[in-house]
Design a protein around this ligand. Structure first.
Ligand SMILES: Nc1ncnc2c1ncn2[C@@H]1O[C@H](COP(=O)(O)OP(=O)(O)OP(=O)(O)O)[C@@H](O)[C@H]1O
Ligand SMILES: [Mg+2]
Length: 342
């Protein structure tokens, strides 16, 4: 049986910028149907990796393939069925959203023009489609970036920090949108440094730090390895702490400003509640601690940042960061187009 090549597979991927090792032998395995989170702090190498995936920059070593095709060897053909953007989608600010999409669809051909209304509906920009993109909010521009990507009918969507800089409602909308697209069978590779975002959305993750993958696999497995965290508030936290500490399977019990914190497998939490009740202590709140992934993340990435200042930020001078398109869509190569969206 011939299995289809995975949406993204990287092996020994390296990118050097003089003395900076931006990406240091990264392996990635994005499977069909994944909503795959590519997680890491500022300067970890996320954008650089995604740029290599999209064929915008050349790896120093190693290979990254999309559905088995290497953008370095096969150029635009490797990007068939692939769309997305790095850092921020870019549009002509003085044109309407619809006009921008018109221009992109004309480049794409393949019936893309007939999909413009549909993609505007999907990202909920139809009512604003006549307005200049220059007047759009950040969140609207991000959504328009996704609309532009959807014109290509992608099977794989590559999104670099799609929710960064959005307000909570904008983030929720972005999550819903990504989940909806995933539900339609699109594989999504998205980078983020926001764990709650990924926690809600992704099944599998790679965590990168200083250009290296420190974890790749199921998010549930990562959480299991770390043990689930809980927060507990009771009618008598002081006595409760002694009981929590004496309970089998419960670790790292501490008192904090908002009650007690501890780590435990779910199966050990039931007996604890019974023990508390038996001691006449009422439970006011018992909640799974969402920061657990955050803790794991820091545990995995806190080694050394000597070579990569945490505040390194997006690379200035890179071709996709300017506020306005550097080149008109008509001259942008198909590969470039995927990312620059205009
Ligand atoms: N064009 C470039 N020239 C020189 N150094 C670069 C270039 N692009 C990236 N780097 C360096 O490579 C490292 C990784 O950068 P990258 O932008 O990939 O990180 P990131 O994980 O996307 O970070 P952020 O979360 O801030 O977007 C950083 O140290 C960065 O300064
Ligand atoms: Mg980045």
């Amino acid at each position: 049986m011939v299995e289809e090549a995975p949406p993204v597979k990287a092996r020994g991927l390296v990118k050097r910028y003089e003395e900076v090792l931006a990406v240091d032998h990264i392996d990635l395995n994005v499977r069909a149907g994944d909503v795959y989170g590519f997680l890491g702090p500022n300067g970890a190498g996320k954008t650089t990796t995604l740029r290599m995936a999209l064929g915008l920059i050349t790896p120093s070593e190693g290979v990254i393939e999309l559905f088995g095709r290497d953008p370095m060897r096969e150029g635009a053909r490797a990007l068939e069925g692939v769309a997305g953007f790095v850092e921020a989608p870019r549009f002509y600010p003085y044109m309407s959203a619809r006009k921008n999409l018109d221009l992109l669809a004309a480049l794409d051909g393949d019936g893309a023009s007939s999909r413009i209304e549909e993609v505007l509906e999907i990202v909920e920009l139809a009512p604003r489609a006549k307005h200049r993109v220059g007047g759009y909010s950040h969140g609207m521009r991000q959504r328009l970036g996704i609309a532009a990507a959807l014109l290509r009918r992608p099977r794989l969507l590559i999104l670099d920090e799609p929710a960064t800089g959005l307000d909570p409602a904008g983030m929720r909308d972005m999550r819903l949108l990504i989940r909806r697209l995933a539900g339609e069978g699109i594989t999504v590779l998205l980078s983020s440094h926001q764990l709650p975002e990924v926690q809600d959305l992704c099944d599998r993750v790679a965590i990168v730090d200083s250009g290296r993958v420190v974890y790749e696999g199921a998010l549930s497995e990562l959480r299991r390895q770390g043990g689930a965290g809980y927060r507990l508030r009771t009618t008598d936290d002081e006595r409760a702490l002694a009981i929590v500490r004496a309970q089998a399977g419960i670790e790292h019990a501490i008192t904090g400003a908002h009650g007690l914190g501890f780590q435990a497998q779910e199966s050990d939490v039931g007996p604890l509640t019974l023990a508390l009740a038996g001691a006449g202590i009422g439970i006011l709140a018992l909640t799974p601690e969402l920061a657990t992934l955050e803790d794991l993340f820091f545990r995995l990435t806190e080694n050394d940042h000597a070579g990569t200042p945490p505040s390194a930020g997006p690379d200035e001078g890179a071709p996709t960061t300017a506020g306005a398109p550097a080149s008109p869509p008509a001259v942008a190569a198909a590969t470039q187009r995927t990312v620059e969206i205009g």
